[in-house]
Write a protein that binds this ligand. Sequence first.
Ligand SMILES: Cc1ncc(C[n+]2csc(CCOP(=O)(O)OP(=O)(O)O)c2C)c(N)n1
Ligand SMILES: [Mg+2]
Length: 572
Amino acid sequence: MRKIRQGGGRGNHPDGGEAILEALRALDIDYVMTSPGSEWGSLWEAFARQDANRTPGPKFLSCGHETLAVDLAIGYTRHTGRMQAVVLHAGVGLLQGAVGIDAAYKLGVPMVVMSGEAMTYGELEGFDPGAQWTANLSVQGGPQRLMAPLVKWSNQATSPATIYEQFVRAGEMAQRVPYGPVYLNVPIETMLEDWTPPTRQRKVPRPVPPQAPMSEIERVAELLINAKNPVITTESAGREAGGYAALLDLAELLAIPVVESWPADFSNFPKTNPLYQGPSIAPFAETADLVLAVRSRVPWYPPYARPNKATIVSIAENPLNGTMVYQNLQADVFLEGDAVHTLKTLAAFVRAAKPDAKRIAERRARCVSAHTKLQEELAKSARAANGGISPPMLCQALNEALPEGTIFVDETITHRPDTMQYLNPTGPGCYYRGGGGLGQGIGMALGAKLAAPDRLVAAVIGDGSFLYNPLAQSFALSRHANLPILAVVFNNGGYRAMKEEHHAYYPEGVAAANNQSYGFDITGFAYSDLIKPFGGFGKRVEKPADLKAAIKRCADAVKGGQAAILDVALER
Ligand SMILES: Cc1ncc(C[n+]2csc(CCOP(=O)(O)OP(=O)(O)O)c2C)c(N)n1
Ligand SMILES: [Mg+2]
């Protein structure tokens, strides 16, 4: 190994840190989201050099918590489609960020994650990495071992000679199907060594996803034209605005009913459209003869409950999702490839074939009446409150009081059926689901705000989930980076999910008989006061009559640049 320079010897000279930043520039990364660690001096030097030379490149954003850093990147990437980089500290930082990295993997969000380690532990004369690496920071087998099950690809940046291309290639991999995070472990020694930039720099091209074969798409177009009772189910057609538009066009063209199943990650279809038929395919189980499962990992539940008489067509870039331990898609046909292209091409084939207008009109009429019935039922159950604020009532008030184009980030649990049915995102890029592991909604909302500074971003979030979030760090970042968001706490005074599951397993059990619940109660406190040290605005609301005004007051505060917490006391 060449001698690692440290202290007085080291000047303004490209090294491993510069190689990383240069790779991120080549990958067209906008932000490096980070929770700091002492190993990153050479990357910080590269940032200082970028500033001094006014070189265009990523911005540095310090978050104060690893989950927050990762979720910020998820929120930003889901809204923009642009991959970001996350810099964490050693194995411990990875562990703290792991819940977010796991979510990025499962949600299919591309991301370049890195953390550092030491290789010489103070044994190399003239170089002091810090005693902490010997004492408590290093991970047996290397930190890439921690990450392997949670990312698409993980490795060590093996040398100054390879570091640049390793980062570029990792970023290229993350953006290819299946989309997901990649991880590089970068030793301090590698970062501090001199680096020679490649003689020929290239801007990394954005990948074009592979497309399903035309002949297969044409075959499915014929099935569609001939189907009597087709139905579409989706979770993520709205990942990009083009997908949302293409789904709407195809559904309208043939009057196909559309279901958005519960693990929906995005706003996929306008709920006000008469073709929208709610969050479950169950009503179509006996009648459907063709199902288009568009970017659907779990089109129905239980997994065996496939609509029996239907031909199942799976339309997705990556239908058999390797991040899932179990999946039962039951597909008869796979249109595997760019789903937006598939939907558009299906529509083009159908248009060219001039389908039977009478059949379509009849189907539309059936959809309109089913949709109207669904709306009436929803309105009826929204009114059925016991004097307090019901979750549907809260969702409806949010629809009415918040501006068009509001972005909802949803980290509710037992209220998810309510948000799925009653929240009304007004277009593509207006709804994002949380990550499975609690404590991520606020970070994802901040990431969405970073991506869409002119839009109102509202995190809707259970009281228990709210407390899992790194709240102080999140609201500090909100202030520091000027990212005002609204957090709406769906406060039912506890972890209702725990109580429901326990009593569902043991309906005749001792706990049910004695009206006991373990793991339910949350000692309520004034959530709305939490925002005070961060210069935000807080409000608690308990009566239905006060709800809309309270939401509007909070939205005004956010418009004025303050973060806001609205604590809503719910009756369930
Ligand atoms: C990191 C993490 N820890 C624990 C859980 C288990 N868990 C799932 S839902 C839930 C309760 C959430 O409470 P709240 O947000 O108030 O929703 P409610 O059940 O009241 O609807 C818990 C603890 C989890 N999903 N993730
Ligand atoms: Mg709760």
